[in-house]
Design a protein around this ligand. Structure first.
Ligand code: ADP
Ligand code: ZN
Length: 296
């Protein structure tokens, strides 16, 4: 991307439920934004192209932050593909290739949660640090990590949602993950909460025992991830984290699980600013996608 002036960025937040597309100069100057439901690849990607083609000019670069699993290995034949998703019709879809070839614009591609982590790092709650963790507790459970300023990939990409954790006392729910039953996502995602209690998570009162269980799983996951990745901040977003009472419950449990072992001021004395909600608010997902385009 030639940076003769501030680049015009495009973003595609490809979610399992909806797509959000935007162009502009993030984070403050978003010139156009449109969202539409995720249906078939043909229709949804058609609308995506229409959105960008209807703008006065095409962006200099586009970032795609997508639901997965995806292939993020640049050397792979299927780089930029959504791979083994159970979502009907989307398996083996060449998302990045399709957008790049149709619009002739350089395209960056990563998971939705790595996108969110990159966006928070660039403009949100992680601006002052180089190592951070972004966890999304929503329809699934996703984790994106930035280590040394760079989003982490590997064999595939981290799949923090499928950690296997000890059960909460008295929790005999069989779990909701089609692969592992009672893994983290299977016990603590929004649909898992609904399947366990028969009530959507957003309708459960704050004193319901569901939140004890939720704090149990989330705090264990955060503890294990702090021990593994040593993040300088843990940002927790997604629909379920709109239950603000979860934050103090998770923070105190994490301190208690770590039991003084990690000798860091942030954990021992400043946990309210260590485990935090996202800083980017409403359009965090698509801003994260735009953030990915900064790497081009
Ligand atoms: P997605 O994961 O599809 O991007 P969300 O992050 O909004 O979307 O997650 C949706 C899930 O979050 C649903 O399972 C829903 O029940 C749950 N959810 C949404 N709002 C709330 C809320 N205020 N409190 C608890 N759970 C919520
Ligand atoms: Zn699982």
């Amino acid at each position: 991307m030639k940076r003769t002036s501030t680049p015009l960025l495009g973003g595609i937040e490809a979610g399992g439920t909806k797509f959000v597309c935007a162009v502009g100069y993030p984070p403050d100057n978003i010139l156009a934004l449109e969202q539409f439901p995720t249906t078939t690849p043909l229709k949804t990607l058609g609308r995506t192209l229409d959105f960008f083609r209807s703008q006065p000019r095409l962006p200099d670069a586009i970032g795609i932050a997508t639901f997965g699993p995806v292939d993020v290995r640049p050397t792979s034949d299927t780089f930029g593909f959504i791979t083994s998703t159970p979502k009907l019709g989307w398996r083996n879809t060449d998302l990045a290739g399709f957008v790049a070839c149709s619009l002739h614009v350089p395209t960056a591609f990563d998971t939705d949660v790595n996108g969110a982590a990159v966006g928070e790092h660039a403009w949100g709650a992680g601006q002052d640090i180089e190592n951070l963790l972004y966890l999304s507790v929503g329809t699934g459970f996703g984790g994106g990590a930035i280590v040394g300023g760079v989003p982490v990939h590997g064999l595939v990409h981290p799949e923090m949602g499928h950690l296997i954790l000890p059960r909460a006392e008295g929790d005999d729910f069989k779990g909701h993950c089609p692969f592992h039953g009672p893994c983290l996502e299977g016990m603590a995602s929004g649909p898992a909460i609904k399947a366990r209690w028969g009530i959507p998570a957003e309708s459960l009162l704050p004193d319901h025992i569901a939140w004890e269980f939720e704090a149990h799983y989330l705090s264990l996951a955060v503890t294990n991830l702090i021990l593994t990745l040593s993040p300088e901040r843990v940002i927790m977003g997604g629909g379920v984290m709109q239950q603000e009472h979860l934050f103090p419950a998770i923070r105190s449990r994490v301190q208690s699980h770590l039991n003084g072992y990690v000798q860091a001021y942030a954990v021992l004395h400043d946990i309210d600013r260590y485990i935090v909600p996202p800083g980017l608010g409403n359009h965090a997902g698509v801003l994260g996608a735009m953030g990915l385009a900064l790497s081009l």
